[in-house]
Design a binder for this molecule. Structure first.
Ligand SMILES: N[C@@H](CCC[C@H](N)C(=O)O)C(=O)O
Length: 259
């Protein structure tokens, strides 16, 4: 069977997108894993299906590069909105459903895609580290000299430690880069490697590092793949609402693959 696919990236977090609005595409774990393989396939951190869903502009179905369907992907969601736009779905505000619930999204004149994330209530403190869920589970670790930090080794160790080994966790290493600016590098579960950027990860980091104790915050984030911003209202010690993940999302190439 030949499948037409589209490759998109959001700050270097790259995805295969397949338009499944006509239905009929059911991919096995092995097929997704092979398509995402950077040597034997197309190569990507994840794969998404654009499905139809009554009452929504579309449904997002997300798979990690290991072939398993996973939890929310922020950069993926932003890329899927840009894909929907390129397919002719033009809206001032998009409304779609993903595994963690409903999301709104807008596209700026400069092409940035802004994605509304679920409210977050609760951060688990682990000494200087933190754990929270922004649609996907994240571990946040403050470090120094992050550019030279061994993200693969340290991320893999935490992801496979007791308590996380079975379900996995995404591990984000964070360095403050002036007021309301963070540099974040992420070891991603399901990719089992460092990716160039992780949307739900930078969102989690931004919430942990909020400087304004009450009300509006905007945190600008540098990743290895580019710049993102996270805006939100801090409504309580561990409560965050109106969370928006903002950044670029670009088409890379299109092709067909036999699976
Ligand atoms: N790249 C992501 C997160 C994708 C999901 C993650 N690998 C997991 O399994 O939790 C993002 O941009 O949020």
């Amino acid at each position: 069977m030949n499948i037409t696919f589209y490759k998109y990236q959001g700050t270097g977090n790259d995805f295969i997108i397949i338009d499944n609005r006509a239905g009929g595409i059911n991919l096995t774990t092995a097929q997704v894993k092979k398509m995402c393989d950077r040597r034997f396939g197309i190569g990507a951190d994840g794969l998404m299906l654009l499905n139809t869903k009554a009452g929504y502009d579309f449904e997002m179905q997300y798979y990690n590069a290991d072939g398993n369907e996973s939890t929310m992907c922020g950069n993926g969601g932003r890329c899927l909105v840009k894909f929907a736009y390129h397919q002719g779905l033009r809206k001032s505000t998009y409304s779609f459903i993903a595994i963690d619930g409903t999301h709104q999204a807008t596209i700026d004149d400069n092409g940035w895609v802004n994605l509304k994330m679920q409210d977050v209530h609760g951060i688990r403190k682990l000494y200087t580290d933190s754990e929270l869920n922004t649609g996907s589970p994240h571990y946040i670790k403050p470090v120094t000299d992050l550019r030279r930090y061994d993200v693969y080794k340290e991320g893999k160790t935490i992801r496979n430690s007791n308590g996380y080994k079975e379900k996995g966790i995404n591990v984000n290493f964070v360095e403050e880069d002036g007021d309301d600016n963070l540099f974040v590098r992420t070891y991603e579960r399901g990719v089992e490697n460092e990716t160039l950027s992780c949307g739900t990860g930078v969102t989690a980091a931004a919430l942990v590092y909020a400087h304004n104790e009450a009300g509006f915050n905007r945190i600008d984030i540098t990743t290895l793949g580019g710049k993102l911003a996270v805006e939100f209202d801090k409504t309580g010690e561990e409560n965050f609402e109106n969370i928006w993940l903002c950044g670029p999302a670009e088409f890379v190439f299109k092709g067909t693959i036999e699976i």
